[in-house]
Design a protein around this ligand. Structure first.
Ligand SMILES: *[C@@H]1O[C@H](CO)[C@@H](O)[C@H](O)[C@H]1NC(C)=O
Ligand SMILES: *[C@@H]1O[C@H](CO)[C@@H](O)[C@H](O)[C@H]1NC(C)=O
Ligand SMILES: *[C@@H]1O[C@H](CO)[C@@H](O)[C@H](O)[C@H]1NC(C)=O
Ligand SMILES: *[C@@H]1O[C@H](CO)[C@@H](O)[C@H](O)[C@H]1NC(C)=O
Ligand SMILES: *[C@@H]1O[C@H](CO)[C@@H](O)[C@H](O)[C@H]1NC(C)=O
Ligand SMILES: *[C@@H]1O[C@H](CO)[C@@H](O)[C@H](O)[C@H]1NC(C)=O
Ligand SMILES: *[C@@H]1O[C@H](CO)[C@@H](O)[C@H](O)[C@H]1NC(C)=O
Ligand SMILES: [Zn+2]
Length: 401
């Protein structure tokens, strides 16, 4: 038995979990979902808030972060926090001015700030018959199958990453950048932002920016509030950190299956309605953003299953920055995106629907095999359950570091 365990241990260790490419080659879902330790993150842990804990303040020993907060503190609009971090607004809403002076999205989906100097939220995309293609809550398990699929389709997307997930799954975050996706901020601990005090709201965004920079080398210029919960106070803090606020018009409800009466049928109906609405001409004037998630196997697989339908219904599926012609998506100037015109010129092939041959009208470069590495993935084979159990033990050991 010991012998067998040692053999299995050797196999697990044979999987390279220290590089982006090594991690990207993992096809075993259980291994992929087993925590690993990444030295640059371990070394920086004491400069970050505890993972998954709401950020309430910026410690005095973070001199750079504090100076940044203090520089904006005096000008933050005087709007009191609302409700609780878990989204209980029952004590707040009854006394809130129904004219919605704070442009609080959660109240009536306000996207046009009342405070002067703030730009409108991005809730749709300007290009007609175009889907602003994006996913919230990553990176997490099931990442590789999803990103492999997007790579096969030569499809880029906007990924709204949670800072705590970036710290837990740094190589997955790196893959997003090296695959050419756009990275935006989705806060540190995924709580309701309008409930935070100013310093906490600042910290939720600031430390997510720092985490993404630490792990990927880039600094995003966009963010999406969890649950859409934003008002002019939070918009102001985000704008001072150089972040554009991105929302959505339609909700796939993919995150909500099993809650509030939402079923997989509800989600499929939402996907179907989106595709039908393109055909019905609803997006002939301007394109659309639907809320979808990089949350778990179900949400990602559902997008994969619906991708051919969406790619056929819409004229274009593009990252949100591309729909905006935002060619410099990050603070670092050495990384550029294509303009909308240039992106669509290079992405003309439609995927094949249900295995039938594609309707690609021009210059098909469709069937490129992308670098989804096969070699070392073979390290995990057979007796997956045992390997998984062992991997969990090793993971726990790694965590103890
Ligand atoms: C900063 O102070 C906190 C306690 O407030 C401590 O946990 C952390 O290790 C310190 N960070 C550094 C970089 O010294
Ligand atoms: C931020 O500004 C407010 C007044 O606008 C002040 O009461 C508060 O003490 C300031 N916070 C810090 C940390 O200086
Ligand atoms: C979801 O799980 C199924 C069954 O294990 C697997 O075939 C599929 O590739 C997974 N999808 C994703 C996106 O991970
Ligand atoms: C851009 O520059 C940063 C350092 O500022 C570096 O970490 C990164 O690798 C560079 N990226 C590219 C795509 O050249
Ligand atoms: C589709 O259009 C209908 C009619 O305007 C609307 O009620 C529905 O919310 C839309 N759904 C999606 C996902 O676009
Ligand atoms: C990550 O994915 C796993 C497996 O689907 C799930 O159990 C877990 O809740 C997810 N974690 C987060 C933080 O979303
Ligand atoms: C993007 O650029 C094209 C010209 O290349 C222009 O027609 C289009 O209106 C621009 N879109 C936005 C949102 O700026
Ligand atoms: Zn979210």
């Amino acid at each position: 038995m010991i012998h067998l365990l040692l053999l299995l241990a050797a196999r697990v260790l044979a999987q390279d979990r220290t590089t982006e490419a090594g991690e990207a080659s993992i096809t075993d879902q259980t291994l992929e979902c087993t925590i690993y330790s990444y030295p640059p993150v371990v070394a920086a842990l004491n400069t970050f808030p505890p993972i998954w804990q709401p950020v309430m303040s910026v410690p005095t020993n973070d001199t750079v972060g504090r100076a940044k907060f203090l520089a904006m503190n005096a000008s933050i609009p005087n709007i009191p926090p609302k409700g609780t971090l878990t989204g209980d607004f029952s004590n707040f809403t009854p006394t809130y001015n129904t004219a919605d002076p704070d442009c609080w999205w959660t109240f009536h989906q306000c996207v046009t700030p009342k405070l002067s100097g703030l730009s409108m939220d991005i809730a749709n995309v300007p290009e007609p018959r175009t889907l602003g293609f994006g996913f919230d809550d990553g990176p997490n398990c099931s990442h590789n199958a999803f990103y492999d699929y997007l790579a096969e389709q030569e499809q880029k997307a906007t990924m709204f990453f949670i800072g705590s997930n970036v710290m837990d799954w740094p190589l997955e975050a790196q893959r997003a950048v090296s695959d050419g996706h756009e990275i935006c901020v989705h806060t540190w601990s995924h709580r309701y932002m309008t409930a935070f005090p100013n310093e906490g709201a600042f910290g939720e965004l600031y430390y997510t920016l720092q985490a993404i920079k630490l792990v990927t080398g880039v600094t995003p210029t966009c963010w999406r509030p969890p649950f859409g919960d934003v008002d002019d106070r939070i918009r102001y803090i985000a704008s001072q950190l150089g972040l554009e606020t991105i929302l959505w018009q339609y909700n796939s409800n993919d995150w909500e299956v099993g809650l509030n009466g939402v079923t997989t049928d509800t989600v499929q109906a939402n996907y179907d309605a989106l595709a039908a609405n393109v055909s019905a001409g609803l997006f002939d004037g301007a394109g659309v953003i639907m809320l979808t998630h990089e949350l778990n196997n179900y949400t990602m697989q559902t997008m994969i299953d619906n991708y051919p339908k969406l790619a056929t219904a819409f004229d274009h599926l593009v990252p949100i920055a591309v729909a905006q012609n935002k060619t410099q998506p990050y603070v670092e100037t050495n990384y550029t995106f294509q303009t909308f015109a240039s992106y669509i010129a290079n992405h003309t092939t439609k995927p094949s629907l249900n295995g039938s041959s594609g309707s690609g009208s021009s210059s098909g470069s469709g069937s490129q095999t992308t670098g989804t590495g096969s070699g070392s993935a073979g390290a995990v084979s057979g007796s997956t359950g045992l390997v998984a159990a062992l991997a969990l033990v090793l993971g726990a050991v790694a965590l103890g570091l």
